[in-house]
Design a protein around this ligand. Structure first.
Ligand code: HEM
Length: 465
């Protein structure tokens, strides 16, 4: 289970790497360094969650990494808002992700961050962009996703994580770059590029988890093993980013409404544009597909929630036939579905770890009690008495982060996911092939299920009215 179970995103406050202890005999460090936790837990975040739940301050230390991990909302608020300047991404973080993300928004502070945030906010925050995004998403659902599910329903099985990745890749490319890679039209294996992107994310994340960072630095210097592979993946990603820029220039960017055109109007530096493209791909592709995959995994265990969502779509959209897609207005009225998505991301946050560098360490020691039912999937906890969605304090639920660096794509992401879930559930059931298996995540910057999520697609109207 993810750390958010304890009610707050666990932020890693990285102290200066020189201050990390190279050797520590405490139980946590010993289990970390020897991977002893893996004997009891499937995922590192599950082990951290248990430690955080047991800690009276909901804060723990991994001395060999120089990390403090907290799920305490008071600390989270201090880091993301109250003392924002004291908690930048910092040099140690940007050097770990620098090869992959370069100077993209996720990996910078200061002027580069201010510039990219301002540009992205103008684009993603506008009402016209949101309605443009819903048009793209509903077209993608109606013309590609639903026909693809229909084509395999009955006998075929497919990896729904792979399908959601293709879907969200198409959507983010069309929304952010004005280009259509048409990945969902393919019944081909996932592209070489997508594999390179996943691998680069995973290899970069493993640098951050290394007890001895000198090892990856040396391997990088000598171009050996995992570092050699990372370099190869990054070269492939660079080729794709260049192609995106070339295509955008060919089509013309001066009149383009998309985010990349806006950036291209102010930035000439090709490698800076490459970094911006990679960051937006990471932001929009992997997060949405991760949230959707975990959602369908949970839904299989909670048929009552599945039924309640289908009933809500009937109430809001009418019964119609199985392949209708909600409008923007319909999506606004689906409070239960909204709550169910929030609840699913509380249990399985797409971004499991979020790292900050503490210039000076200031950790509040206060503790708090967790609800006894915090491990359960209960969408109702997000609903007010009149059935409307009722958000919580964002520092208790920083799934989209909060404060000054909060997610800029939250509204688009929620609308995209609601459109997919409502449309798919009206027409189909996605039955996981390996029921009851607890989820095991691959290391990466966003959570993805190791081995994907193979499902059998079943036409819903064959089983229920
Ligand atoms: C379920 C989907 C999503 C989740 C859970 C999510 C979560 C997050 C989180 C945790 C951060 C903070 C990352 C950090 O600083 O290290 C973030 C930042 C950001 N997100 Fe999202 N995100 C989602 C979808 C999207 C989408 C679809 C877009 C773009 C269309 C987007 C654009 C951004 C941007 C631009 C930032 C950087 C904000 C900044 O540093 O100032 N996100 N998101």
């Amino acid at each position: 289970m993810a750390m958010l179970l304890v009610g707050g995103l666990s932020l890693l406050m990285k102290r200066w790497w020189l201050r990390r202890r190279l050797w520590c005999r405490c139980d946590v460090c010993h289990k970390y360094a020897t991977a002893g936790w893996a004997a009891e837990f499937d995922n590192l975040c599950d082990w951290y969650t248990q430690l955080l739940r047991r800690s009276s301050t909901h804060t723990i230390h991994v001395h060999v990494l120089g990390n403090t991990i907290t799920a305490n909302p008071a600390n989270v608020e201090q880091m993301l808002s109250g003392r924002f300047d004291n908690y930048p991404k910092g040099k140690p973080f940007s050097s770990i992700l620098g090869d992959f993300l370069g100077k993209g928004i996720f990996n910078v502070d200061g002027a580069h961050w201010v510039f990219q945030r301002k540009m992205a906010l103008m684009e993603l925050g506008s009402v016209s962009m949101r309605s443009y995004a819903i048009q793209i998403v509903s077209g993608e659902v109606r013309h590609r996703l639903l026909p693809l599910l229909a084509s395999v329903s009955g006998d075929g099985a497919l990896d729904i994580q792979d399908i959601f990745r293709r879907f969200s890749f198409d959507c983010i490319c069309r929304i952010s770059f004005g280009l259509d890679p048409a990945c969902l039209e393919l019944s081909l294996p996932i592209s070489e590029f997508a594999t390179a992107f996943d691998r680069a994310s995973s290899l970069s994340a493993s640098r951050a988890a290394a007890t001895y960072p000198g090892v990856w630095r040396l391997k990088r210097l000598l171009n050996l093993g995992s570092e050699k592979e990372l370099r190869r993946c990054i070269r492939l990603i660079d080729v794709l980013a260049k192609e995106v820029i070339r295509q955008r220039r060919k089509v013309g960017f001066l009149s383009g409404e998309d985010l990349l055109s806006r950036f291209m109007g102010s930035v000439d530096d090709e490698s800076y544009l490459r970094d911006i493209i990679v960051s937006f791909l990471l932001a929009g592709r992997d997060t949405v597909s991760s949230a959707l995959t975990s959602f369908f995994l949970l839904l299989d265990k909670y048929p009552a929630v599945d039924r309640a969502i289908v009933e809500e779509t009937h109430r809001v959209m009418g019964h119609g036939n199985g392949d209708s897609v909600p409008t923007y207005g319909h999506l606004w009225d689906m409070h239960y579905l909204h709550a169910a998505l929030y609840e699913s991301m509380r249990l399985y946050p797409p971004v499991q770890f979020d790292s900050k560098f503490a210039v000076t360490t200031t950790c509040s020691p206060t503790g708090r009690r967790l609800g006894a039912d915090c491990m359960e999937f209960k969408p109702e906890r997000w609903l007010a008495a009149d059935g409307s969605f009722s958000p919580q304090n964002p520092y208790k639920y920083p799934v989209f982060q909060a404060g000054m660096r909060g997610c800029l794509g939250k509204e688009i992401a929620l609308m995209e996911m609601k459109c997919v879930v409502a449309s798919v559930l009206r027409g189909f059931r996605l039955d996981p092939l390996h029921r009851g298996r607890s989820p095991k995540f691959s290391p990466g910057l966003t959570a993805s299920l190791a081995g994907g999520l193979p499902v059998r697609v079943v036409r819903r109207n064959a089983f229920c009215s």
